[in-house]
Design a protein around this ligand. Structure first.
Ligand SMILES: [Zn+2]
Ligand SMILES: [Zn+2]
Length: 167
């Protein structure tokens, strides 16, 4: 008995779907194999050899004063690849990748998050002395209400409330 037109059409579509599925699996495998041999990705970490990159997006509040002038970061200030502000005033953003060692899981260079670097990114200059004073200005940094001795070398973290008094 000859298969009806309807049946033949059904077989045709079934065959097409199977071929597409097989192709899809093959392509998926080869892409996965390629990625594994070149770059290994686990979540947001991308590793090439022993060095991995981890993307981070963190924020911190910055307040205080420099030589008596209240710190007032405007909106959309600083380069987007470094510390910068967006819609909110005095809120530092940092979204970029940091490199870390695959074996030890230690970040190789926290430099981009050192407070002095972030201040420089935002064009904030700390003069040697404040106007009207003949003594070198001193910096006091509080992080979440606690004095931090590291001062400008402090590596800021997500959620920090940074209070910088320079006078
Ligand atoms: Zn941003
Ligand atoms: Zn942000």
């Amino acid at each position: 008995m000859k298969a009806s037109k309807k049946q033949r059409r059904q077989w045709f579509w079934l065959g097409t779907i199977i071929v597409l599925l097989v192709l899809g699996v093959l392509i998926g495998y080869s892409v996965a194999y390629y990625l594994q041999s070149e770059v290994e990705e686990t979540g947001v970490d991308v590793c090439v050899g022993e060095v991995c990159s981890r993307s981070i997006h963190i924020h911190a509040d910055l307040s205080g004063s420099i030589c008596g002038q209240a710190i007032n970061l405007t909106k959309e200030q600083g380069p987007l690849t470094e510390a910068h502000t967006h819609k909110e005033k005095n809120l530092l953003h940092f979204h970029n990748t940091l490199q870390f060692d695959r074996q030890t899981n230690r970040v190789l260079d926290y430099g981009p998050l050192a407070l002095k670097k972030s201040l420089a990114d935002l064009d904030m200059v700390l003069p040697e002395t404040c106007l009207g004073s003949d003594q070198a200005a001193k910096l006091q940094l509080k992080v979440n209400d606690k004095i931090v001795a590291a001062g400008l070398d402090y590596i800021w973290q997500d959620g920090d409330e940074l209070e910088l008094i320079y006078q």
